[in-house]
Ligand binder design. Sequence first.
Ligand code: ZN
Ligand code: ZN
Length: 165
Amino acid sequence: MTKLTIKQQKFADEYIISGNATQAVEYIKHVLMAKGGYISYMDVIDSVATIASAYTTPIQKQASKLIMRYVFGARRANDIVEDMAVVTDREDALVRRWRNKVLKRDSYTCQHCGSTSDLTAHHISYWSNDPVNRINVDNGITLCRECHAFEHRGETVYNLLAKKR
Ligand SMILES: [Zn+2]
Ligand SMILES: [Zn+2]
C-alpha cells in the first residue's frame, strides 16, 4: 500500500478518530492519488487482508474499508466484508452471548460515566469494518445509551441508534 508519511498518517488517524469518515476518505484519496495516480491491485488486496485479519488495528481496518469503498463502491465493499464475517446478523445468538459477556466483565457499569442503567455493548472496532472481531469480548466495552450515542457522534449510525433506542 502507498505509504503515508508519519505526519499524513497522524492527520488521517485524527480524522478517523473524530468520526469524520467523509473527510478521512477524501484525505486518503487525495494522498493516494497524489502519489502515482491510482490505487493498485495490491493496495486492494492489502485492504482486504487488513479487514480479514484479527490482528490489525481499528484504524487500519477503517482506512482499509475506506479504500475498498473508494474502489468498489459502498455496497460492494459491504458485501465483501460481510463475506468474511463469522456472524452477519446482530440478533444472532452468538452476538447476544458476546453482549452478555461484555456487560458481565464490566460489572454492568458504563465504562465512561459509571451509569448502571440503559446499558449496551459497543464494538471498539466497528461491526461494519471488522467482521472477525464482532464476537471478540476484547473488542467490546459497556456503555450507557447516552455515552454510546456520544461515541458514534457524527456518524449515520448515530441517527439509527437515536431512533431505535
Ligand atoms: Zn455512560
Ligand atoms: Zn457502538
